[in-house]
Design a binder for this molecule. Structure first.
Ligand code: PFF
Length: 450
């Protein structure tokens, strides 16, 4: 049997896992849900959710992966052979392909926006209406949106097909530092804008009268999506770690990096939006309509526009890599596929499933597909709002009770004979707090109110 992949270094792993976590969820989704939910209050609950739920489940996934050295399906099977628990692994594999299918559509948009902003499209003093028009003309072009979907998935599969260390680790090792550099440049620039004060006030000064249960649950949901939890991505990435690697420190680093990037995305976006008195509540269009408008006005917008969309494309790419990797590792470990065959098969399935999503903005059939939602929104609802919390809930019950939180904790400890800081709290949190909150989210999603 071919040797299983391994990370070359712990840093390589941290960058790859942070690459999975940092994505459209941080730079596109986080600012707009924060904006819609009143800014700073949302940020406050988001950070609580990251620390008390996200980090806890992150350790559960990583420890299961490293202990079993298997893909999600194989990991459950190793701990509890012949039991139905491996269905949770399968759920993860399907969820990965499901998310990949529509996530890559939006990722494709970032490529187009990078392209047109490089050509100076947004530096011609366009009006808001003209910028909306650029967006609608683009997304109603079925050929282009499907083509970009295919290009993005192909790029991802190419990297995954090269292997764990010489594909994923190598590329994320180049892309993540580049991403961080661009992020810093854009943040510093944004803080010099005239609207910085007002933007920061909206973003950082909480108004607790705005708190609602719905808002808190959406902060938790955002934290799980952003940290790539609930579908086995971190089980898979953890499975390429060796016993020497320090799980405890790496988990914190990945979570901290992801949160920092989301935070900086807000620092870039809110001052920019407030500089022109625009609304931070523009929703999903914030990045594709509101920002290009500001770039068309800003001095140096000609430079920072393309830089921003390049950043978004890189962030998306390091995430789609992990979405492809989950199903790929299953096919390689359990079905003995060669890695390139597995990766391209996963990509082909995601393209087929992604085509209706890519057509959701151009075809009347898919733009109102069912339940009043477009096909793309429906996919997002099924995979991100239902499947991910369900996967995370089942995983935490499995690690907490079936495998046993105490055993998992041994895997996390840097020194086997000494508890890691907060170990008792972690065990308690995983067994009681996490399942309760995730059940609430799931219920909320199923009742259709989130
Ligand atoms: N964490 C990614 C983001 O924030 O964009 C999305 C994602 C990637 C979710 C991988 C789940 C996953 F397994």
């Amino acid at each position: 049997m071919a040797k299983r992949g391994k990370w070359n270094s712990t840093l390589g792993f941290v960058l790859a896992a942070a690459g999975s976590a940092v994505g459209l969820g941080n730079i596109w989704r986080f600012p707009y849900v924060t904006g819609k939910n009143g800014g700073a209050v949302f940020l406050f609950f988001y950070i609580l959710a990251v620390v008390f739920l996200g980090l806890v489940v992150m350790y559960a996934e990583l420890s299961l992966g490293r202990a079993t050295q298997r893909n999600p399906v194989g990991a459950f099977e190793r701990i509890k052979p012949g039991s139905p628990w491996k269905a949770v692994g399968f759920l993860g594999v399907f969820t990965g392909v499901g998310i990949l299918s529509y996530y890559s559509v939006i990722a494709g948009w970032t490529l187009y926006y990078f392209y047109i902003s490089s050509l100076g499209k947004f530096s011609q003093g366009l009006t808001e209406a003209q910028i909306d028009e650029v967006f609608s003309v683009f997304v109603s072009n079925p050929f282009l949106t499907v083509l970009l979907l295919v290009v993005f998935i192909f790029l991802t599969c190419f990297i995954v097909s090269r292997g764990v260390s010489s594909g994923i680790e190598r590329w994320t090792g180049i892309l993540m530092p580049l991403l961080f550099l661009i992020l810093l440049i854009l943040s510093v620039y944004s803080l010099t804008l005239p609207g910085a004060g007002e933007g920061l006030k909206f973003y950082l000064k909480p108004d607790f009268s705005k708190v609602s249960l719905k808002m808190i649950l959406s902060a938790v949901g955002q934290a799980f999506f952003s940290l790539s939890l609930g579908m086995g991505a971190m089980i898979t990435y953890g499975s390429y770690l060796s016993k020497k690697d320090n799980l405890f420190a790496s988990g914190i680093e990945v979570v901290a990096f992801d949160t920092l990037v989301a935070f900086l995305a807000g620092i870039i976006i809110f001052p920019t939006v407030f500089t022109y008195g625009l609304s931070p509540r523009a929703g999903a269009a914030l990045v594709f309509k509101t920002l290009p408008f500001t770039f068309s006005k800003l001095p140096l917008g000609r430079l920072f526009g393309p830089l921003f969309f390049f950043l978004l494309a890189i962030a998306a790419l390091t995430s789609t890599i992990s979405l492809v990797e989950v199903a790929t590792s299953y096919l390689v470990d359990e079905r003995k596929f060669s890695r390139p065959r597995a990766a391209f098969l996963v990509g082909a399935v995601a393209v087929l499933l992604g085509i209706p999503s890519a057509l959701s903005t151009s075809s009347s059939v898919f733009s109102k597909f069912a339940f009043g939602k477009s096909f793309l929104d429906l996919m997002d609802y099924i995979w991100a709002n239902i499947s991910l919390p369900l996967g995370a809930l089942l995983l935490s019950v499995f690690v907490g009770y079936i495998w046993g939180a105490e055993k998992a904790a041994l895997e996390i400890r840097p020194e086997k004979h000494r508890k890691f800081p907060g170990e008792d709290l972690w065990i308690y949190d995983l067994k009681y707090f996490v399942p309760i909150v995730l059940s609430a989210i799931l219920l909320f999603s199923l009742l259709g109110s989130s």
